[in-house]
Design a protein around this ligand. Sequence first.
Ligand SMILES: C[S@@+](CC[C@H](N)C(=O)[O-])C[C@H]1O[C@@H](n2cnc3c(N)ncnc32)[C@H](O)[C@@H]1O
Length: 236
Amino acid sequence: MYLDDAALDGGERMSMRVRRPGVRDGYDAWSTTYDETPNPLVALDRRYTMRLLEPRPSERILDAGCGTGAYLRLILLAGSSPFGLDFSRGMLRVARRRLPSVPLAQANLDDPLPVRGWVFDAVLCALVGEHLENVSLLFREFSASLVAGGRLIFSVFHPEMAAAGIEANFEREGVEYRLGARRYSVDDYVDAVDRSGFRGLRVHEFCGDAALADEIPWAAKYLSRPLLLTVEARKT
Ligand SMILES: C[S@@+](CC[C@H](N)C(=O)[O-])C[C@H]1O[C@@H](n2cnc3c(N)ncnc32)[C@H](O)[C@@H]1O
């Protein structure tokens, strides 16, 4: 879920305890219920990001920050060969159970990627960026792992939301767990891609809309507010 305090009514806010477990421990804890948690950002991302990725048969596609494997599954269904990385053992456990044939590895995207010897036709990195310390390293590593002309599809929680103090969170047994969101700007992401050996950048900003509010009624407060940023590019 991505919420701000305004999502909770006064009574709930008063009684809810808040914990900040850190990003990795937070996703480990969230992993068992992540796929069932109504989440406007994820819903919007699901609407656009696969369309941008357009996986083709036989392509090798890296899903960096693959979580529970929602995109790994769709990539596999398209006849491509996915490879998933994530640093949360809990999220990887769910992905492995769901997709036993897909290669997965535990990796911190703030470090050099453990994919030397692999080369990919496309890299997807969906809804991870605001958790990362070093996005410049990330895009350089993506560039190094792509074939010439290979595609990058990057989607992220819109910086305006993070700037408004909204962050990834979930609730369990009267406790709200907050996972944090770094305050990057749109330009921080776009410039880092641009400096990392990519060309043909296309940037899109997607706002909450009526269809999203139909799907998740409390997301009506995001009507016309930018929720999702995507950057597409090709390796030079
Ligand atoms: C919001 S989930 C998105 C998962 C998936 N991409 C999706 O669209 O469902 C964010 C994921 O990023 C992972 N993550 C966050 N920081 C990370 C890091 N530094 N290195 C690797 N994975 C990270 C989390 O473990 C989690 O699985």
